[in-house]
Structure formats: structure tokens, C-alpha cells
Design a protein around this ligand. Structure first.
Ligand code: PNS
Length: 169
């Protein structure tokens, strides 16, 4: 081991979880801001076997790696299980989540309270940039599927992947 951890210094780590099918500029905004606040940000694609995605988990990971590479302190992987177990296994004390609107808050608060009760892991909420407050992966897929322009809502690599994956209508 080299670096701060080899010298006994604890790196400050946080996790940004999600489905990321696919990653959008809204996700990226939160990840970029978390990467300035923490030494290492773990972006984790939570596997939900009951939900059929447009992209496979490996494809989502590949896209996230590509678009977060410039931050230099983002690690990307998938996890199947409870988010708090992921955090416990890696000794991560904090979850960072974006809040787009008040309507996000009820459900996010429930999850934050449940996660804290289960494990003591804290959730920190970052207000999404107003530019992206309406944005979701589902909306991006729907608009792109009908040929709408989403080039301002996703990174170029994701736009190419969407164009390739979605049938022309
Ligand atoms: O991008 P999404 O689909 O809004 O992300 C939701 C996600 C994956 C972050 C959330 O469903 C989650 O944390 N799932 C992992 C399973 C888990 O820990 N469930 C209990 C939550 S209190």
C-alpha cells in the first residue's frame, strides 16, 4: 500500500449509489461535487434483478468510469445487496445523494433513516443544480427513444451509447 492510508491516515470516503441506467449530467453534477468534498468517492451501481435496464450493469459501469475519469478520485463498481452492507464492507461512513425537488425528500428521508437505523451510516443531501432539477434517467431514455434531443442532459459518451442502443423510430 502506498499513499496516505499506508501512513495510517484514514481516507475520507463516501458512496454515491444509484441505478445509473444511464448516468446523466444530473448524477455527474453530484458526483463531481462529492469528489471535491471527499478523498475517494465510490460510485456504486446497485443491482436490481427485478428491473430490466436499457444498459447492462457492465455497460453502465464502463460509461460511469469513462465520464468520471477526469475527477481522479472516483471508484466505480456494482453491488448486489443492501447499500449499508456495501458501506460496512468498505468502512464507508457516508452516503451522498442529490435532491432534485421537495418531492424527492419524503422517500430519500425514509431511506436515510432506515440506513442510519440499520448501520449508523449517515446520508448527506446535496441540492441538485437547478439546471438538472427535472432530470432523470427514465425521462432521458423516453425522450431519446422518440428522437428528442438529450445532448445537453447526458455526457457525449452516453449520448453515443443511447443513439446506438435505441431503435430508430
Ligand atoms: O437511481 P435510483 O434507482 O433512484 O437509486 C435507488 C437506490 C439504488 C440508491 C436504492 O434503491 C438503494 O439504495 N438500493 C439498494 C438496496 C437497499 O439498500 N435498499 C434499502 C434502502 S433503505
Amino acid at each position: 500500500m502506498t499513499g496516505p492510508e499506508s501512513e495510517g491516515l484514514q481516507l475520507r470516503r463516501a458512496v454515491c449509489p444509484g441505478s445509473f441506467d444511464p448516468i446523466t449530467n444530473g448524477h455527474l453534477d453530484i458526483i463531481a461535487r462529492a469528489s471535491k468534498l471527499y478523498d475517494v468517492v465510490h460510485v456504486v451501481v446497485m443491482i436490481n434483478q427485478s428491473k430490466q435496464g436499457l444498459f447492462t450493469v457492465d455497460e453502465r459501469i464502463e460509461l460511469i468510469r469513462e465520464v468520471t475519469a477526469e475527477y481522479g478520485n472516483v471508484e466505480v463498481e456494482a453491488y448486489h445487496g443492501l447499500l449499508v452492507d456495501y458501506c460496512k464492507e468498505r468502512d464507508i461512513p457516508a452516503i451522498v445523494k442529490g435532491l432534485r425537488a421537495v418531492s424527492d425528500f419524503d422517500y430519500e428521508l425514509q431511506m436515510a433513516q432506515m440506513n442510519n437505523g440499520l448501520s449508523g451510516v449517515e446520508t448527506l443531501f446535496v441540492p441538485t443544480s437547478p439546471t438538472y432539477s427535472f432530470l432523470s434517467s427514465s425521462l432521458v431514455k423516453e425522450v431519446a427513444a422518440w428522437g428528442g434531443d438529450v445532448s445537453h442532459l447526458v455526457p457525449p459518451a452516453v449520448l453515443s451509447a443511447l443513439t446506438e442502443r435505441l431503435p430508430k423510430k
